[in-house]
Design a protein around this ligand. Structure first.
Ligand code: KG4
Ligand code: ZN
Length: 345
């Protein structure tokens, strides 16, 4: 049984290739965190196949929710609300989570909260760092997004910069595929780079003219592909660890330098990171070092909360609960939802 003063939220996430459910207390304490990953199945195809993702979400979602409640030792009656990722993501995948959450909210008579997936990634920081409060600068680096934001308040984001082309995670995945490391590429490049020299190959650090806080990865990606093609044409073997480390170095320089410059320019002393790429060990080390040199505090979620999970959705949902922002049963999936756009209340 739960204490009346506590706010218990069930989070549901199904925007891409993880079916996840989690129970979180007061937006920061995780009581259960169940993730059913489809990665092994999509790996066979070299990337996420949307139709397969939807079918697997459909098969797994009830079991994942049951398990999340069982592990938390709670029942539907104990919940204060049900929070679900409403977008952005794959439309068919999102629809499974949204339909499930609506059906549950109706059946057990609990309020429904529509969460922006990226706001969920940011809120993962509140789970790993109970003391973190806005304002702070947040670098959001996932498979589909690269944004530099000032989080002014729990639901108030100012976007300062964004990628002009690929997202950081997308660049990792494309480079990994080009050197035959497979999907998902981020963790594979991360591992390979540990054995390589980050200064072995001088790849360009992307810059967007007159836009100091924006990012670009397409020139870097082309430079890596050219390097691979040239080596292959000459019959030379590619040193994968050196290539991975040098590519990663160029990505990290761009991300870290712009993030700390943004914090300095805005007089903000707290810097956080969010999204799948924030699990990257070299990026975590580089951002920590850059912040320490400037006397800034640096935050990033524990690795399990960096990639897709439902605890982050429940954590973000908590702040919407506090603000009284609920969705109704007309809620639909919003595959192209932009950061800062509100859905369902
Ligand atoms: O946030 P996320 O789980 O899903 C989206 O919302 O997109 O991010 C997935 C991305 C993938 O591109 C994956 O390759 C990347 O995060 N990623 C990493 C690492 N772990 C996951 N990139 C670099 N290093 C990692 N350790
Ligand atoms: Zn994500």
């Amino acid at each position: 049984m739960k204490d009346d003063k506590e706010v218990i939220i069930l989070g549901i996430e199904s925007s891409c290739d993880e079916t996840a459910a989690s129970v979180v207390k007061d937006g920061r304490e995780v009581l259960s965190n169940i993730i059913s990953s489809q990665i092994d199945i999509h790996t066979v195809y070299g990337g996420v196949v949307p139709e397969i993702a939807s079918r697997l979400h459909c098969e797994n979602i009830n079991g994942v929710i049951k398990l999340a409640l069982r592990e938390a030792g709670l029942g539907f009656d104990d919940l204060d609300a049900i929070a679900v990722t409403a977008g952005p993501g794959l439309v068919g995948a999102l629809l499974i989570g949204v339909s499930e959450a609506k059906a549950l909210a109706y059946a057990v008579n609990k309020p429904l909260i529509a969460v922006h997936h990226i706001e969920g990634h940011v809120a993962a920081n509140y789970i790993s760092h109970r003391e973190l409060e806005p304002p702070y600068v947040c670098l959001i680096v996932s498979g589909g997004h690269t944004h530099l934001c000032i989080v002014k308040d729990y639901s108030d984001y100012e976007i300062i910069g964004r990628s002009m082309d690929d997202a950081a995670g997308e660049a990792y995945d494309k480079v990994a595929r080009a050197v035959g490391l497979g999907y998902p590429g981020g963790p594979k490049i991360d591992m390979a780079a540990k054995e390589g020299d980050p200064h072995a190959i001088a790849f360009p650090i992307g810059e967007v003219r007159d836009r100091p806080y924006d990012f670009t990865f397409s020139g870097l990606k082309s430079a890596v592909l050219n390097h691979i093609n040239k080596a292959r044409m000459k019959g030379e073997e590619i040193n994968v660890p050196d290539l991975a480390a040098s590519f990663q170095e160029a990505v990290i320089r761009q991300l870290v330098d712009r993030t700390v410059a943004c914090a300095e320019a805005h007089g903000i002393r707290q810097v956080a990171m969010a999204g799948g790429v924030s699990a990257n060990t070299a990026l975590r080390a580089a951002l920590s070092e850059a912040c320490e040199e400037r006397g800034m505090k640096c935050y990033y979620p524990e690795p399990i909360y960096c990639t897709d999970n439902a605890a982050m959705i429940a954590a973000a949902g908590y702040h919407q609960f506090k603000e009284g922002r609920f969705a109704d049963l007309s809620l639909n999936a919003s595959p192209d939802l932009k950061l800062g756009m509100r859905i369902g209340g």
